[in-house]
Write a protein that binds this ligand. Structure first.
Ligand SMILES: [Zn+2]
Length: 92
């Protein structure tokens, strides 16, 4: 038996271990998004502007509108969850 098949069919981590790791990774990412909600813009690499093709003027980045930072996806999810919870709590 090839070593790769032997390793995959043997006593590896079970489903509960994988689910626990996935839950810990998700919670860690959400905590990361609460502490650091912004990431550098992927288009302008956090600069927020580009040098025009003529080389004589600066143009603001269209994606981040010149801020150089974008809200992380996890932070958007966190804000949506928080607002939904606050909305439900206020409408009791
Ligand atoms: Zn940008």
């Amino acid at each position: 038996m090839p070593p790769l098949l032997a390793a995959s069919s043997g006593a590896g981590p079970d489903l509960g271990t994988w689910l626990l790791l996935a839950a810990l990774t998700t919670v860690g990412y959400l905590i990361h998004c609460v502490i650091w909600p912004y990431r550098a813009c992927r288009k302008c690499h956090g600069v927020g502007k580009f040098l025009a093709p003529s080389g004589r003027a600066w143009r603001y980045c269209n994606r981040c509108t010149g801020r150089g930072a974008q809200l992380r996806t996890g932070r958007r999810i966190w804000t949506r969850i928080k607002n939904t919870h606050a909305h439900n709590r206020n409408n009791r």
